[in-house]
Write a protein of this length. Structure first.
Length: 300
């Protein structure tokens, strides 16, 4: 059930001019929170809590969504695709908080919508995980296919290249999707070994068509056009970065594009996130109360 709140969180940091319309999702525990970034403040404007959802089975409300680890705006911002390491995947209608798709997926860490009404989910280390699973969004709890994906941590659909990019412990792989909605296939078209100490953790698309990737020992820009990884100066070599997301706004000479990122502080979670310019300057620290924060995603 959607819960609208008006909590204003103060941020202690260097002032930075952030576009008032900039919004992002922050997730952890059994919650997804939407924040409007207003100057040096984050204003919470919407919250979804699994335990309060009205159209979910008890197992989802009490266990399968207890550790949410990703929350992406999809369908042009009309929906949120949520995964949880405790074993659940749900698609939430933003306007109502209604769950329109659900699936049990052990150690689900990332998901994205594919053409033709499909959903790809990357599963991390677990006896029934370590794989990439594809579903039809109209058929809850019915996986259509599986592929091995050791320590699956990222799934991003690239509409320009018409490829699914997935992140595992050692690799980024690209797949095309032949077949039909009822019988899809995944055909690998390319793969690239991760840099540094590897251990891929987060994969997100930049507005210029490249990707941001986090590994055990840094943050990188990945360009599939040339198959190259370059250290991302704004954040490299920060360790244990759980999520990086970049706004889609065009650069204007003063770094209008923003980054939001989360670095683990207590084991795997954090007590807040940071917003910086794309060049890493003018950092704003945004504390988040009563939440084991895992990831943040701009609503582009």
């Amino acid at each position: 059930m959607s819960l609208f709140v008006s909590l204003i969180v103060a941020a202690v940091a260097v002032p930075v001019a952030v576009e008032p319309q900039d919004r992002l999702y922050a997730c952890g525990d059994d919650q997804v929170r939407e924040y409007r970034i207003d100057g040096t403040r984050a204003v919470e404007v919407w919250r979804w809590t699994a335990t309060e959802a009205q159209n979910l089975p008890v197992a989802y409300r009490t266990k399968l969504l207890s550790h949410i680890d990703d929350c992406k705006a999809v369908d042009g911002g009309r929906a949120i695709l949520v995964t949880a390491s405790t074993g659940g995947v749900v698609l939430i209608e933003r306007a109502t908080g209604k769950v329109t798709f659900r699936a049990t997926a052990p150690m689900a860490h990332s998901a994205d919508l594919l053409p033709g009404g499909l959903i790809a989910v990357a599963l991390s280390i677990q006896k029934d995980g370590d794989r990439l699973t594809v579903y039809d969004r109209q058929r809850s709890e019915m996986p259509l296919l599986h592929l091995p994906l050791p320590s699956g941590h990222g799934a991003v659909w690239d509409d320009d290249r018409y490829r699914l990019f997935v992140l595992s412990h050692d690799l980024i792989q690209a797949f095309r999707i032949p077949g039909s909605r009822s019988a899809p296939a995944l055909i690998e078209t390319a793969r690239w070994s991760l840099p540094g100490r590897r251990d891929g953790h987060d994969l997100s698309r930049r507005p210029d068509g490249r990707f941001l990737v986090t590994t055990d020992d840094g943050v990188w820009t990945f360009d599939p056009q040339v198959g190259a990884f370059t250290a991302f100066p704004a954040l490299n070599p920060k360790l244990r970065v759980k999520a990086v997301s970049m706004t889609s706004g065009k650069p204007d000479g003063i770094g209008r594009r923003r980054l939001a990122w989360v670095q683990a502080e207590e084991s795997w979670w954090a007590t807040g996130f940071t917003i910086v310019r794309a060049d890493g300057s003018d950092a704003v620290r945004i504390p988040v109360d009563a939440l084991h924060l895992y990831k943040v995603r701009w609503i582009n």
